[in-house]
Design a binder for this molecule. Sequence first.
Ligand code: ATP
Length: 348
Amino acid sequence: MTVPVGIEAVAKSFETFQALRGVSLDIQGGELVALLGPSGSGKTTLLRVVAGLESADSGRVLFGDTDTRQLSLRDRRIGFVFQHYALFRTMTVADNVAFGLRSRPRRERPSEAEIGKRVAELLELVQLPGLARRYPTQLSGGQRQRVALARALAIEPQVLLLDEPFGALDAKIRKDLRGWLRDLHARTGHTTIFVTHDQEEALELADRVAILHDGRLQQVGTPDDVYDHPANPFVCEFLGEANRLPVRVVGGQAFLADRPVYGGLTQNQAGAGALYVRPHHLKIVDDAPLAIPGVIEHLRRNGPLRRAEVAVEGLPKRLDLDLTSPVAPAIGERIKLRITHGMLFAAA
Ligand code: ATP
C-alpha cells in the first residue's frame, strides 16, 4: 500500500521561532524524495508534521485525498526510522521486527505463524536472514539500521519516513547503504521521505530532491535539475562546489571586467550578476573566443581528480578547476580557461 503525500502551505513555530514558513510539496505515490538542507533548516520538523508527531500551526498534510488531521496516529500507518537506533535492546532482532504487528489490536493481529513468516521475509529483504536471534548490541551500526528499516516495513506502511537513517554511520558504510536502500525502494515501492543534510546522499538516492533553507522550500526537482539548474545561489552552493564570478551581462554575453567570458545569455538577463561555475565546467583550452587567461598557482588531489587553482587578474579568489587530462600543467604555467557551463544569478 502506498499513497501520494500532499504538503500544503505548512507553517510551524516554536514560541517566536518560525521553523517552517509555508512549505508546499507534492510527493507522488511510490516516490523517494530527499529533504535536504543545512542544520536547523526545518527538515525534521517537516517530517514530524507529516508523521503527526507535531501539529502544523497552519496548512495541512494529505495522504491521498485524506486530510491527515482526520487520521489517528495508528491510521496514518507511518514507518519511521531515526538516526539513532531505536531498537529495543532487550528484544531479539526477530522480536524487534515483529513488534508493530504484535502491538495491533487483537482482531487485526496476525497469528504467530503469520508473524514468523513475515519477519523471515523482511529479514531476507533487508539481507539479514541469519540474525533473527541476535540482540541489537550484537549487531554493527549498519545492521541495526537495516533491522530498524525491516521493523518500519513490517506494518506495511503507507508512507516511510527516514530521518538521517545513516547519519551515525561511517562514510564507507553510508555509501554501501545508499545503494542498498535504492534497490530496496525499487522492490518495495513505498512513498518515502528521506531527511539528510548530505547533498551527495540526496542526489544519489532520491527521485527528487527538495531543498530547505530557513524553513522555506528553495527548490524541488530531479537530482539533475537541481544540480545543473539551481534556482538560486543558495541551492547552487549547497549542492556542490562552485566558483563565483562577478559579471555584467551585455548583449547576451557575460563580461568579467571588460573581457567577455560566457555567451548564450538572453536579453532579460542583462545587468550586474554573479556567474557560478562548477570546477568541472572549466576547461583548459589552447585558445578560444571567451577564454580567460590565468596562472596555475596550486595543484592538489581531490578524490579521483586533480584540482588546479588558477589566479585570474582582477579576481580576489583563485578559480578551482578539475583537471581531466592526464598531463597536468605545471605550477606557474600561464593557461587559458573556457567556461563550458555557467549559472547566472542577478546581483542581490
Ligand atoms: P538538523 O539537521 O540539525 O536536525 P533540521 O533541518 O532537521 O536540522 P529541525 O530539527 O527541523 O531542523 O529544526 C528547525 C529549527 O526549529 C531549529 O532551529 C530548532 O532549534 C527549532 N526547533 C525544533 N524543534 C523545536 C522544539 N521542540 N522547540 C523549540 N525549537 C525547536
